[in-house]
Design a protein around this ligand. Sequence first.
Ligand SMILES: Cc1cc2nc3c(=O)[nH]c(=O)nc-3n(C[C@H](O)[C@H](O)[C@H](O)COP(=O)(O)OP(=O)(O)OC[C@H]3O[C@@H](n4cnc5c(N)ncnc54)[C@H](O)[C@@H]3O)c2cc1C
Length: 301
Amino acid sequence: MRADYVNLVNTHTVPVRFMYHSPETLEEALRLMREYGGEARVMAGGTDLIVDMKLRRKEPKHIVSLNKIRGIEYIVEEDGGVRIGANTKLRSIEKNSIVRERFEALYEAVRSIASVQVRNMGTLVGNICNASPAADSAPPLLVYDAVVKARSIDGERKIKIRDFFKGPGKTCLKDDEIVTEVFIPYPPGDSASTFFKISRVSMDLAKVNIAILVKLSSNVVEDFRIALGAVAPTPLRIPKAEEYLRHKPLNEENLNIVEKIVSEEIKPITDVRSTEWYRREVSKILVRDALNSTIKKLVRT
Ligand SMILES: Cc1cc2nc3c(=O)[nH]c(=O)nc-3n(C[C@H](O)[C@H](O)[C@H](O)COP(=O)(O)OP(=O)(O)OC[C@H]3O[C@@H](n4cnc5c(N)ncnc54)[C@H](O)[C@@H]3O)c2cc1C
């Protein structure tokens, strides 16, 4: 085989030389990240990282696996919300009753990711750290105002999820930081939330995904939050649409204006999954469908 052979397909081979570190404590993992800095990558489930390495999109010289570290796999209610540890598998989140009952949009998003096999390996934290603009957990975490906790040897910092994503594949994490948990505050009482996704086939990243949260008082919108994915370089909250709809009645005229604002605020591109035109058009329909579905949930409760 030629030495300059470049692997362009997703085969079973990882054509990258690397050192695999399997620390048993978080402190040891943090020391390794400090030592190897930009040459190291954290690995949780590996469902993104290994694919990227097979395709040579990432070529880390060191992998720091979180798999043997105890104490970072949990879902606990605390301080007005739920804390989800970095090693917590998507499948555990999907099966968790707190998530299912109180964070409907997150539950619906997690359930939509890949297959049971992938969800048994992949983590929520890996999903956001991978920073795909189409990451399905991102829109719900954005509407819930989640907080990401990152640690380095120097200590911990808390990052609002709105500030976390910096571009395709880019987050605000420093080279030596490891995300240890995501904290998700409870949504406002009497609110409901919904996640919708359009993709080519069920086991695929979204062409467009959306999460919304609504709280109504009679037919007037008290709280409205909306976030979309795969329509810009990062998953996006749409504050202009939120401000417009708050304190207004939920009628056809206002719905049309919200759809219009959303289609103007997003910055979709054409890629292998979809076209700019389709993404802009389908976003409007998703706004309407997600709102209707959320209202139905509110009426039921
Ligand atoms: C067949 C298939 C289908 C898929 N379908 C979907 C889908 O429908 N929707 C979707 O959103 N995704 C999908 N994915 C992508 C993937 O499964 C998810 O993004 C998953 O949540 C990634 O989690 P992980 O634990 O495997 O991350 P890993 O692959 O371990 O890591 C991903 C990235 O995050 C970094 N990272 C991981 N944990 C940490 C941490 N604690 N601190 C700092 N950095 C960290 C890694 O260095 C790496 O850059 C699919 C993947 C496959 C293989």
